[in-house]
Ligand binder design. Structure first.
Ligand code: HEC
Ligand code: HEC
Length: 382
């Protein structure tokens, strides 16, 4: 009888404890580790990280594998491999580079040999970009009407676009499901070893958001860690003054460490517009003909060829254009203040100084950061 009473008490205690447990939920079994993205000195604190895809250590690690794994094309034959890194190469500011052995002159083509509409854009500091991805800014987080709005969407577009991987999302997810090691990494990052294409998108987008460049000589100058040369300082003043080279309105400057506004402008190169994928194709506003995003100038020496169509091979040519060959058209942006006299008319010395300053935006730590590099081996490799 006594024992029975004790039993009843014990059972009661267990039930109570169990109820108590239900009220206070414990940690989920595979809680991923938050990834702390440090905001560099002087950088904006507002980040473009979707609420349903926070950065996690596991997600970023998985995204890095997928970014570099040529089987993202959904194929395994050595001739049919393609991933983000086929066109976005770290040492070239995540662009192909003008000296690429396959993509001659920096003009890339997809797996079927079809050239992309425009040259490649760099993947740098995109976690700060809300207002426009792509040369025409058509993929925009701050535009609720845009069909594609963030890096997650760009992953899907790159995998399926005929001029990129020409792949099929079902085939891609089935392929990774069958590769040893990958399902476990998806489980660690997203709590399920059943691979969905959504989670492929999320992981790669997380990795891309960690690609932060903030240690160029110019950054170190702003932090008081090094002095710039007189020529570089002269170039900085030219860059950031209207009566000088007048670059800062569209490409940022001292107060904008991103060196882009992420906005689109017509910078006065043409008077006839026949590109079907310019800003006009997004807005339908005739004043947007020939308008494109002003890309970041960080690591720009690595990003040739220049402009959406790669018409300039060197930065010297770009500076000559802004100096002497700007066209005054109906569409040219009002911020091209010197269009009326054909450009900012820099002297040879001023051109040298401006170029010297632009080169201080090259962040070699970013271009060689091992965290951003191709992983030593893929999860299914011994
Ligand atoms: C075949 C070459 C190619 C491949 C492969 C490729 N890209 Fe791109 N990427 C481009 C080109 C070209 C552009 C510019 C497109 C445009 O705006 O016309 C671009 C633009 C982008 C942009 C926009 C950058 C900005 O500042 O607006 C992002 C982000 C991007 N790619 C990420 C990726 C990711 C992630 C992958 C892999 C899933 C990938 N790309 C695969 C060629 C490629
Ligand atoms: C009115 C805005 C505006 C001003 C002012 C301006 N730019 Fe640009 N810049 C752009 C746009 C827009 C593009 C891209 C145009 C295109 O692709 O057709 C661009 C492209 C570039 C590129 C090529 C980027 C790449 O990745 O291909 C460089 C380099 C550049 N600008 C440097 C400068 C310099 C230096 C100055 C000052 C002398 C300057 N820009 C002034 C808007 C501007």
């Amino acid at each position: 009888m006594r024992i029975r009473l004790l039993d009843v008490c014990l059972i009661g205690l267990l039930v109570l404890t169990a109820c108590g447990r239900k009220e206070v939920p414990g940690p989920a079994p595979h809680e991923p580790t938050p990834f702390e993205l440090d905001i560099p000195f002087g950088f904006p604190t507002k980040l473009n990280i979707p609420a349903d895809n926070p950065l996690t250590v596991e997600g970023v690690a998985l995204g890095r594998y997928l970014f570099y794994d040529g089987r993202l094309s959904g194929r395994t034959h050595p001739d049919s491999l393609m991933s983000c890194s086929s066109c976005h190469i770290q040492s070239n500011n995540f662009e192909p580079g003008i000296d690429h052995p396959v993509f001659q002159g920096g003009f890339v083509h997809g797996i079927n040999g079809q050239q992309t509409h425009h040259v490649v854009l760099p993947l740098v500091n995109l976690v700060w970009n809300k207002s426009g991805y792509g040369w025409n800014g058509g993929i925009a987080t701050d535009n609720p009407d845009a069909a594609a709005r963030n890096i997650e969407d760009i992953v899907r577009m790159s995998v399926t676009a005929p001029d990129e991987m020409a792949g099929d999302t079902s085939r891609v997810k089935a392929l990774f499901q069958s590769l040893d090691g990958y399902p476990g990494l998806f489980e660690a990052a997203f709590g399920s070893s059943t691979i969905t294409f959504k989670n492929i998108e999320k992981a790669i987008a997380q990795f891309v958001r960690t690609l932060v460049s903030a240690n160029a000589p110019f950054d170190r100058y702003l932090r008081g860690e090094l002095q710039l040369s007189q020529s570089e300082l002269n170039g900085f003043i030219l860059f950031t003054t209207e009566e000088g080279a007048d670059c800062f309105h569209c490409h940022g400057g001292g107060g904008n460490p991103l060196f882009t506004t992420h906005l689109t402008y017509n910078n006065g190169k043409d008077s006839i517009f026949n590109d079907l994928f310019d800003r006009f194709s997004i807005t339908g506003d005739p004043m947007d003909k020939g308008a494109y995003k002003a890309p970041t100038l960080r690591n720009i020496a690595k990003s040739g060829p220049y402009m959406h169509d790669g018409r300039f091979a060197t930065l010297e040519e770009v500076i000559d254009f802004y100096s002497h060959h700007v066209l005054l058209t109906d569409q040219v942006d009002p911020l091209m203040h010197h269009a009326i006299r054909g450009g900012v008319q820099l002297t040879p010395n001023e051109k040298t100084d401006l170029l010297a300053f632009i080169r201080t935006l090259q962040d070699d730590d970013f271009l060689t950061n091992p965290d951003f590099a191709r992983p030593g081996k893929f999860p299914d490799e011994p």
